[in-house]
Design a protein around this ligand. Structure first.
Ligand code: AMP
Length: 216
C-alpha cells in the first residue's frame, strides 16, 4: 500500500500515520520528523531547515525532494509506505510522480483530513510530544497523567517551537496557499479520499480504512 496523508497542520496526520503504519506494516515517512531530527543533530540540513520551520514556511522543494527520494529507495519501502507531510507543493507532487514512474510504482490513495480551522488552532496550541518516543498528548483532550512526563515511556514532553500562536497562523496560511491546491491535483487523478478528521482518532481511523478498503 502506498499512501499520502494530506491535511492542514493539526489535522491528525501523525496520529493516523502511526495507526496505519501498524495496520499495514508499512513505514511512516514524516518529512517534518526527518527535519526536526536534523535540527536536533545540528546537521547542515538542520541548520538550513530551522530558519524556515521557525517562520512556519516551507523548506525549499529541492531539499525535500532529495530527502524523500533517498528515503523511498530504502529497503523497508519496497512493499509500501505512508507519506506524512509530503508532498506539500505541486512541484513536490510532480517530482514524487516522476519518482514513482521511474520505479514503475503507483500511489494507491491520498487521504485528505478535514478539520475546521478553530479546532486546528486549539489542537496545535495544546499539543505536547515526547522527546523520547514521539508519543503525542494534548493538554486538554488527552493530558498525560503526570505533568510533562510521557505515560508511554517516562520521557520528557515538549512543545514544538512552531506550535506557538504566531507560527501556527503562518503555517495555516502557507497550507492554504501552497498545499491545498494538491487536493485538486490528486482529485484529478482519482486518488483523493476525503475524511472528516474532526472526530476522535479511532473513528477517523475507521473512516480511513473504509475509504481505503471499501469492500472489506
Ligand atoms: P510538519 O511536522 O509536517 O508540520 O512539518 C513541520 C515543518 O517542516 C513545516 O512547517 C515545514 O517548515 C517543514 N516541512 C515538513 N515537510 C515539508 C515539505 N514536504 N516541504 C517543505 N517543508 C516541509
Amino acid at each position: 500500500m502506498r499512501i499520502v496523508l494530506l491535511g492542514p497542520p493539526g489535522a491528525g496526520k501523525g496520529t493516523q500515520a502511526k495507526l496505519l503504519e501498524e495496520r499495514f506494516g508499512i513505514p511512516q515517512i514524516s518529512t517534518g520528523d526527518i527535519l526536526r531530527q536534523a535540527v536536533q543533530d545540528g546537521t547542515p540540513l538542520g541548520m538550513q531547515a530551522k530558519q524556515c520551520m521557525d517562520r512556519g514556511e516551507l523548506v525549499p522543494d529541492s531539499v525535500i525532494i532529495d530527502i524523500v527520494a533517498a528515503r523511498l529507495a530504502a529497503e523497508d519501502c519496497r512493499d509500501g509506505f505512508l507519506l506524512d507531510g509530503f508532498p506539500r507543493t505541486v512541484a513536490q507532487a510532480e517530482a514524487f510522480d516522476a519518482m514513482l514512474q521511474r520505479r514503475q510504482l503507483a500511489l494507491d490513495a491520498t487521504v485528505d483530513l478535514h478539520v475546521p480551522r478553530a479546532e486546528l488552532i486549539e489542537r496545535l496550541s495544546g499539543r505536547r510530544t515526547c522527546r523520547q518516543c514521539g508519543h503525542m498528548f494534548h493538554l486538554r483532550f488527552d493530558p498525560p497523567s503526570k505533568q510533562n512526563v510521557c505515560d508511554e515511556c517516562g520521557g520528557v514532553l515538549y512543545q514544538r517551537d512552531d506550535d506557538c500562536e504566531e507560527t501556527i497562523a503562518a503555517r495555516m496560511e502557507v497550507y492554504e496557499r501552497q498545499t491545498a491546491p494538491l487536493r485538486e491535483y490528486f482529485r484529478d487523478k482519482g486518488l483523493l479520499r476525503e475524511v472528516d478528521g474532526s472526530r476522535d482518532s479511532g473513528e477517523v481511523f475507521a473512516q480511513i480504512l473504509h475509504r481505503l478498503l471499501p469492500a472489506g
